[in-house]
Ligand binder design. Structure first.
Ligand code: UGA
Length: 432
């Protein structure tokens, strides 16, 4: 099939690359020239394991191409995915739909007959209706269809998630699109995974999924806090809870608070939708408040155990919002690091993928090349993300390089007994 994907962010690029890999002819479109130039040079503008190879192979075999302008690329496509960003509108907390409506207006007038417009961006209920209205006003062919098809991939696992979805949600008020959708997703083996719903339900499924996951994380974080007070171990507690099939084992890892481009933004947007339609999302309001105060209080945990003036050099491992990404959006490091630099600490920081972006956002720290440099003469190392390379460190070497062998691990990547044996003062989350 001839497919156009508008938006070359995580969702758009992965969608375009994987569908090209399935044999479709895909053109990915983005209005940022810098991004398109990088892509045409066989590089990718984001860090996502495995993506560069798929893009490169499909550029070479001619299945994938990149364009700056919508009109030319989209006018030939049978299917157009919209995968542009819907960031938080800082004033209202709602999703900012400017990019969605801008590209819809560009699409109007160029859609070919029977085109399918598939909205992959996370959008509030009713947005697909509005997109349809805009297209109806302007498009010369009126027999296009607008579908909602939210994406559930995680950054860092994006290719795997796209290839192995738990479900593919298709929201449409039309019955005769089923075969086309199956053809688009023919590379995904199990057809049972395609679930057809109304457009409005589909739009809401995405927000409710992310919000439910965010809720689990804040819940387990608060239970971890209680574990610390009462001498219980969160690893055992989470395992014990998760063995109940009704609950399940996933998303029960405590940490420094959730971040990223999705959970905080989507939870806030769902709260606003609740207000708009008179169905308050009070639980979610507490989730957002609890998560924000957790991130704000991270530095307090460090100052509780450090005698700050005499221990003035500390190290930080990981600054992105989680491992396997270069994404800094709403990362816990953006709360803790400014607080610690304000106290006057000298801080050395290392991240395997996020430093380029992080240097623009975090000032007054020293960026170093690896974890061992972080450890040099440090009185404390703070772990903020669980990259495999941090798990694999030579801990004896780390200990010998440090002035005081103290680690505050906000991701529980080491075994406390082992750390004690190695001679560390070791603090982690919810493990006594
Ligand atoms: C999230 C969803 O998991 C995806 O399904 C969804 O498609 C995506 O948002 C989106 O809407 O685009 P992502 O933001 O990439 O994916 O990150 P996650 O892996 O879900 O992690 C989100 C945050 O929760 C991170 O800060 C992570 O460290 C934290 N987390 C996750 C925990 O603290 N504990 C856990 O057990 C799991």
């Amino acid at each position: 099939m001839k497919i156009a994907v508008i938006g070359c962010g995580y969702v758009g690029l992965v969608t375009g690359a994987c569908l090209a890999n399935d044999g479709h002819h895909v053109v990915c479109i983005d209005n940022q020239k810098e991004k398109i130039d990088i892509l045409l040079n066989n590089k990718i503008p984001i860090y996502e394991p495995g993506l560069e190879d798929i893009i490169s192979n499909n550029l070479i075999n001619g299945k994938l191409s990149f364009e700056l302008n919508i009109d030319n690329a989209a006018s030939n496509a049978e299917v157009i995915f919209i995968a542009v960003g819907t960031p938080t509108d800082e004033e209202t907390g709602n999703a900012d739909l400017t990019q969605i409506y801008n590209c819809t207006r560009e699409l109007a007038g160029v859609l070919k007959e029977n085109a399918l417009v598939i909205v992959k961006s996370t959008v509030p209920v009713g947005t697909c209706d509005e997109i349809e209205n805009i297209l109806n006003e302007k498009n010369k062919h009126q027999n296009f269809k607008v579908l909602s098809n939210p994406e559930f991939l995680r950054e860092g696992n994006a290719i795997y998630d796209f290839e192995n979805p738990d479900r593919i949600i298709i929201g449409s008020d039309e019955d005769n699109i089923r075969d086309v959708v199956k053809e688009i997703y023919k590379g995904r083996k199990n057809e049972q995974k395609i679930v057809f719903t109304s457009r409005r339900s589909s739009e809401l499924i995405k927000y409710a999924s992310n919000s439910m996951l965010a809720m689990r994380i804040i819940f387990i974080n608060e239970i971890a806090d209680l574990c610390e007070r009462v001498g219980a171990d969160i690893t055992d507690v989470a395992k014990g809870i998760g063995l109940d099939k009704r609950i399940g084992p996933y998303f029960l890892e405590p940490g420094p608070g959730f971040g990223g481009s999705c959970f905080p933004k989507d939870a806030r947007a769902l709260i606003e939708s609740g207000k708009k339609y008179g169905a308050p999302q009070t639980l979610l309001e507490s989730v957002i408040k609890g998560n924000e105060s957790r991130k704000k209080n991270l530095s307090k945990k460090i100052s509780e155990i450090l005698d700050i003036p005499s221990e003035n050099k500390i190290g930080v491992l990981g600054v992105t919002f989680k491992a396997e990404t270069d994404d800094m959006r709403e990362a816990p490091s953006l709360s803790i690091l400014p607080d610690l630099t304000n106290i006057g600490l000298n801080i050395s920081v290392y991240d395997p993928a996020g430093m380029e972006e992080a240097t623009k956002l975090i000032k007054n720290v020293k960026w170093v090349e690896n974890s061992y440099e972080v450890a040099n003469d440090a009185s404390c190392i703070i772990i903020l993300t669980d990259w495999q390379e941090f798990k694999d460190l030579d801990l004896n070497k780390i200990k010998n390089a440090m002035k005081r062998p103290l680690i505050y691990d906000f991701r529980n990547i080491y075994n406390p007994d082992n750390m004690k044996k190695l001679g560390f003062e070791y603090y982690s989350v919810g493990r006594g």
